[in-house]
Design a binder for this molecule. Structure first.
Ligand code: PHE
Length: 479
């Protein structure tokens, strides 16, 4: 077993993410990369719509519990594995385990999960890109005339066949380009300036929403729980989303943590990342739900929620086209830093474990994702060419987009996280894991470090397994 403080391998690793397997210069550099990964479409697009589908406040509570007791502890497990391993997720599992059990397969599972996630993530990032351009062209103005227009426009556009595929292609081109040229750091530096702007803009939009007619109803929807309505699906969605939004369960955080210096306290870093991520999701929710009620949008209207609510608001705002374009641009950058973090483990695996040249790996990975993504993009509505292709899934049949989304969020990510916890318990020493979390300058004996270990070793695996088994069983019997 590698000692947690063993640096000796890091110098010999093959050329990697930042060309020489270097380290983030500062703790801030690592936080930025991890926040860049975590904050994305999951917070601004997905969280509001699945909260809407699952009835609001009761879902929110379950979600927060999942973040605190499942998502965050597992994120810390990934951090610990990555920094101790100092290589790709697959390689880290291999390097850190002594026995014959093939833990590295969990790294491979993560690579597969990454492919599937990015295939539909790039679809939605493409929609964002299109909305940005549409705002620049002044296209939001037409939404001011009649409240049904925004919904109809969105529905028609995503069903438009080739155009959404072209935007998806642009997204994968940019993501692949950034990784091909190894300029992730530059993008993160740009994001460092742009993310506070996104935060400010969300704050402004939130105030605007709180002044609207729907404010009271929106807040009640989000904060007054009705547990009578809580379904199996809601609990499963909350579990899955807590992993998705924190980028946990597929090796992204293992990969990023493999570049962190030994003196960083991973526990504190994880708390900061999860806290910021949750804050942004809440801001997005409090911004969107008052609008939902003010304009009579159906809270459960699904993946279109962001696209039918906010453009309505920009349409009626002074400087709306400009502000709308800026907003969608900032969301796009948030999506791009997440997309990079989804593709990076795939590429790192091809480079570190398959010895493929980094340029070729970036090209092959991005192209493959684009190809797998095409059926997802074409399957979003029943009138589109692939919309009628339905795949059986517990709780009903799904098109490719929904299949990739559901399969990854509610199954593959929690499963990957669960296996990482088991790895830590069975293949590793408790003292090593605790020391790695605290870092070389932190206090490994701190009560919170011990609490984390127990949660990650017992509560999280049992919790994840229970929810998975229970909900899948419940959904099969009682969709
Ligand atoms: N956390 C990202 C988001 O919320 C998505 C993501 C999932 C990124 C899994 C990496 C890994 O948008």
């Amino acid at each position: 077993m590698a000692e947690p403080h063993d640096h000796s391998h890091s110098q010999q690793d093959p050329i990697d993410i930042w060309h020489v397997r270097g380290h983030f210069a500062t703790r801030v550099g690592f936080i930025l990369a991890a926040v860049g990964s975590a904050v994305g479409l999951g917070n601004i697009w997905k969280f509001p719509y699945i909260m809407g589908e699952n009835g609001g406040a009761a879902f929110l509570l379950v979600y927060l519990v999942c973040i605190a007791f499942l998502g965050l502890p597992v994120m810390l497990v990934e951090f610990v594995i990555g920094r101790a391993g100092q290589t790709s997720a697959v390689g880290s599992f291999r390097k850190l385990s002594t026995g014959t059990f093939p833990w590295w397969l969990n790294g491979l599972l993560g690579v597969f999960t990454g492919f599937l996630i990015l295939s539909f993530y790039s679809t939605v990032a493409g929609w964002i890109l299109f909305y940005m351009l549409h705002a620049i062209r002044g296209g939001f103005a037409e939404f001011a005339t009649d409240e049904a227009t925004a919904g109809a426009f969105f529905g028609n556009w995503i069903a438009g066949g080739t155009e959404p595929v072209v935007y998806q292609f642009l997204v994968m081109l940019m993501t692949g380009f950034i990784i091909y040229f190894g300029i992730e750091k530059g993008i993160e530096r740009a994001a460092k300036l742009l993310m506070p702007l996104l935060f400010l803009m969300l704050g402004g939009l939130l105030i605007n929403s709180l002044l609207s007619d729907g404010a009271m109803e929106g807040l009640k929807f989000m904060f007054r729980p009705d547990f009578g309505n809580l379904s199996y699906k809601a609990v499963l969605d909350a579990l899955g989303h807590s992993f998705f939004t924190l980028s946990v369960g597929m090796g992204a955080m293992i990969t990023y943590a493999s570049y962190v210096n030994k003196d960083v306290h991973l526990g504190k870093t994880g708390l900061a990342v999860a806290g910021l991520d949750t804050l942004i999701a809440l801001l997005a929710g409090i911004t969107i739900f008052p609008i939902v009620f003010a304009y009579g949008v159906e809270p459960g209207s699904g993946p279109g929620l962001l696209f039918v609510t906010l453009p309505e608001v920009f349409a009626r705002m002074p400087l709306g086209s400009f502000l709308g374009a800026v907003f969608f641009f900032l969301v796009f950058i948030a999506a791009l830093t997440s997309a990079i973090s989804i593709l990076e483990p795939v590429v790192t695996w091809m480079v570190d474990d398959l010895n493929i040249n980094r340029h070729i790996a970036a090209f092959v990975a991005a192209s493959t994702v684009f190809l797998i993504g095409i059926p997802a993009t074409l399957s979003v509505t029943s009138d589109s060419p692939l919309g009628s292709v339905l795949i059986p899934f517990p709780g009903g049949s799904l098109g490719f987009f929904d299949l990739f989304d559901k399969l990854t969020s509610v199954f593959l990510l929690p499963l990957g996280g669960l296996i990482s916890c088991l790895f830590m318990v069975f293949a590793w020493k408790r003292a090593s894991a605790m020391a790695e979390l605290a870092g070389s300058t932190g206090n490994a004996g701190h009560i919170l470090v011990a609490v984390w270990y127990r949660i990650a070793a017992f509560v999280a695996p049992l919790g994840i397994a229970t929810i998975l088994i229970y909900s899948v069983f419940g959904l099969v019997n009682k969709p």
